[in-house]
Write a protein that binds this ligand. Structure first.
Ligand code: BTN
Length: 247
């Protein structure tokens, strides 16, 4: 991939291999311009949610964007689902497919995870910022056995190789557009998120508890009715969804 044909107001850096595109931008947090993006062909220490690692071989797209939103920090959790919608739009438009979302922010194709998103706040430095990190299994050839029921690639689902440069370009365009909309309205992606959310209307397991996912709330929480009749709005965490990821 080269930077030549990505036209965008903010800088886009292309790297072959980095430890993690999120860490890469974190190291630039005091100096990088708002909107700076880095795209890598692979990562040696890709980071996932909840302290997990994120497998990042060649064939995938690993992209992070550094943002400096001047906003109430309470709005920040709504940035992650907006990013998930941006990924869906970019993949749909480029690959002629229709992506769904497993709450809170796994992007799905044919019931398998093709993308993970990790949004991290960088506080305490001279200039606070938020880093939105996105890893897409675009042409990823194979997955370790334990991930096979969960993870898939766009190429596997669509039967066609993905042009990674075109995907990076489409993704940055959709991210930039939705971010601009999000700055004035934190719910800018809400209706589309709801329509793509594959967790609703299914049985779920949350920790040891079984329930039924009813709907996505106005704050992107997942409203679950548990088997004892109690209803709770989940704001973060892991939910197993019957019918997805082999559950
Ligand atoms: C998850 O599903 O657990 C989130 C995975 C996020 C992975 C992306 S890849 C680009 C960016 N750099 C990282 O180290 N992580 C994110």
């Amino acid at each position: 991939m080269s930077a030549a044909s990505v036209s965008r107001a903010s800088p886009v850096l292309f790297e072959d291999c980095v430890d993690s595109t999120n860490l890469y931008l974190r190291r630039m947090a005091d100096t990088a311009a708002d909107g700076t993006a880095v795209v890598a062909a692979s990562q040696s220490a890709g980071r996932g949610r909840m302290g997990r690692s994120f497998l990042s071989p060649e064939g995938g797209l690993y992209l992070s964007v550094l943002l400096r939103p001047e906003t109430d920090p309470e709005r920040l959790p709504t940035l992650t689902p907006a990013a998930a919608v941006a990924v869906c739009r970019a993949v749909d438009e480029l690959c002629g497919v229709h992506c769904g979302i497993k709450w809170p922010n796994d992007v799905l194709l044919d019931g398998k995870k093709i993308c993970g998103i990790l949004v991290e706040s960088v506080l305490g430095g001279e200039k606070p910022c938020v880093i939105v990190g996105i890893g897409i299994n675009a042409n990823t050839a194979s997955f370790p056995e334990e991930l096979r029921p969960i993870a898939g690639s766009i190429a596997e689902a669509s039967g066609r190789r993905v042009d990674l440069h075109a995907l990076a370009e489409a993704l940055l365009r959709e991210l930039d557009g939705l971010y601009a909309a999000w700055l004035s309205d934190a719910g800018a992606a809400l209706e589309e998120y709801r329509s793509r959310c594959a967790s609703c209307g299914r049985e779920v397991i949350v920790g040891e508890r079984r329930g039924f996912a009813l709907r996505v709330g106005d704050d992107y929480s997942l409203l679950v009715r548990f088997s004892d009749g109690a209803e709770e709005a989940l704001r973060f965490g892991e939910v197993s969804v019957r019918g997805l990821y082999g559950a």
